[in-house]
Design a protein around this ligand. Sequence first.
Ligand SMILES: NC(=O)c1ccc[n+]([C@@H]2O[C@H](COP(=O)([O-])OP(=O)(O)OC[C@H]3O[C@@H](n4cnc5c(N)ncnc54)[C@H](OP(=O)(O)O)[C@@H]3O)[C@@H](O)[C@H]2O)c1
Length: 303
Amino acid sequence: MFGKKKIVPQIDKDQLELIQNAQKRIKQKKRLYIHFVIFLIGAVFLILANTVLKIGEKFKPFDIDWFVFAILIWLFFLIYHIFNVFITHKFMGKAWEQEQLEKLVAKQKIKIEKLKTELKREMPHIAKSEIYNESLNPERKSELTIIVAAAENDAIGKGNKLIWHLSDDLKRFKNLTNGHHIIMGRKTFESFPKPLPNRTHIVITRQADYKVPEGVIVVNSLEAAIDVTKNELQPFVIGGGEIYKQALAIADKIELTRIHENFEADTFFPKIDTTIWKETANTFHKKDEKHDYEFSFLTYERK
Ligand SMILES: NC(=O)c1ccc[n+]([C@@H]2O[C@H](COP(=O)([O-])OP(=O)(O)OC[C@H]3O[C@@H](n4cnc5c(N)ncnc54)[C@H](OP(=O)(O)O)[C@@H]3O)[C@@H](O)[C@H]2O)c1
């Protein structure tokens, strides 16, 4: 307990690396200095060996004393050593470190920008998952809602197309279903040019290998579709005729746009039984330059 405590260096990894680099640099310069001193002594020794001690006196390539060549060759190695210490290693010195740091910072900035764009793209999904988490609260009940536009004679479609174009009705559809699961029959799904943005599509079909774009969920019954949406507060059944018929028996709410007109059609919405359904909202919309027919937004809730 009272023994000598081991000293742990209070230096972080980067600082330690810098110190080690500085030590390495000092050693390199020291070695160069020793080389230079030895070269000076060696050069004097070579000159004396040839001129005073007469060693190899007669060896004179190109009529020049041999010590001149010996010193020049050594000088070449010394210059090479100097070059190594002051040029090659200098690239890895302070300036080099700074350069690397700047590169790293630039890379990080690009990464941050990328993350920012990804985050913007993910925001709708995050919002959706918040709705999902809220729905995990057992106190909150999921409300299966039928959304439909039907004429006075209950006509809803012809030749796998809608019969009318009412821009305020499309806006209401968009606002109500935005961010939710939308359940539909295969034929209704095929009536869209492409999946609607910011909604999770669930397509019901009996076909075993029905191909859909990425993100679209395929199921083989209405029950399976509802099962997929069990954690969502308000899944919508958006058609068409076959699916409405089956969903009407289990839905909690109907958001109906009643077009005050009769139309020829091949697909119809079932009659709304007012002994089961209670009208809770009704807003009339008159004909105008954008809307060829009068219509009303009606909400029905199961009694
Ligand atoms: N006015 C509106 O609000 C509105 C809304 C939506 C659609 N519509 C209109 O409605 C028409 C389409 O309705 P629709 O009745 O012809 O077709 P649908 O209900 O959209 O789709 C029918 C298909 O769904 C699949 N299906 C139905 N019940 C199933 C079950 N129990 N199990 C498994 N798969 C099942 C089958 O697909 P497979 O054949 O692949 O097995 C069936 O052919 C179009 O004209 C469209 O424009 C109108």
